[in-house]
Design a protein around this ligand. Structure first.
Ligand code: ZN
Length: 229
């Protein structure tokens, strides 16, 4: 089931091991999918999207980072619908090489088929979805190439696994994770003006996400100081 969060932004809520996915409608027609789930439920994802839209209009798939609960559905969706595949430059090689360690596919005991990346995002790239334009910021710590997408007009942050609701944040113990870098990223996020937080896990925050993001930073800082990160 798609859940409308705002005009032109829909949530496909997390299911089993799948992370949240976000569908952004561009010019009333083209579809942009942010993250893809593990791939275990791709058929259901296609059905859910088709119930309201035409998935043949899938223009782009954009990943927040390479972990399999966000990227595992990419291979099948890309093969079937030929969207542009858009990934941050640091994470793209893992997707293109079919890496199973950094993507943590081996942790799930599954393969990670290679997929060609069409567009390498850079820090400060802009994702242009018509009315909605998101800036891309690299926020390392959960993985070194994790990115968040920030829309300053409506103050929306799509945060992948960097920052979560309830003052929490992504783990740092997977390959390329780093506690000190994560806390630095949480600090930067706490300095952005964010009203709505659309995270990779847990339900979105629709109001005053600034408060949450500051809490996440404080919590991360404290845990780092105490040696837990
Ligand atoms: Zn992750």
């Amino acid at each position: 089931m798609l859940k409308e969060l705002l005009e032109n932004i829909y949530l496909i809520p997390e299911r089993e091991f799948d992370a949240n996915m976000y569908l952004i409608i561009e010019d009333n027609e083209n579809l942009n999918l942010i993250d893809t789930g593990t791939g275990l439920n791709v058929t259901q994802t296609i059905k859910d999207i088709n119930a309201q839209f035409d998935i043949n209009k899938l223009k782009r798939i954009i990943l927040t980072h390479c972990h399999i609960d966000h990227s595992g559905g990419l291979h099948r969706l890309a093969k079937k619908f030929a969207p542009e595949v858009v990934v941050y430059e640091i994470e793209a090689p893992y997707i293109e090489m079919g890496d199973t360690i950094v993507t943590v596919a081996s942790f799930f005991g599954v393969d990670f088929p290679r997929t060609k990346v069409d567009v390498y995002l850079e820090n400060d790239s802009v994702l242009d979805f018509g009315d909605l334009k998101f800036s891309v910021y690299n926020m390392p710590g959960h993985t070194h190439g994790s990115v968040v997408f920030y829309e300053p007009q409506r103050k929306i942050l799509i945060s992948g696994d960097v920052v979560f609701p309830q003052g929490s944040f992504g783990r740092t113990d997977f390959p390329t994770g780093n506690g000190a870098q994560l806390v630095e990223s949480l600090k930067k996020i706490s300095e952005l003006d964010v009203e709505m937080l659309f995270p990779g896990h847990m339900p979105p925050i629709m109001k005053n996400a600034n408060e949450n993001n500051k809490k996440s930073y404080q919590m991360g800082k404290m845990m780092l100081e105490q040696g837990f990160l």
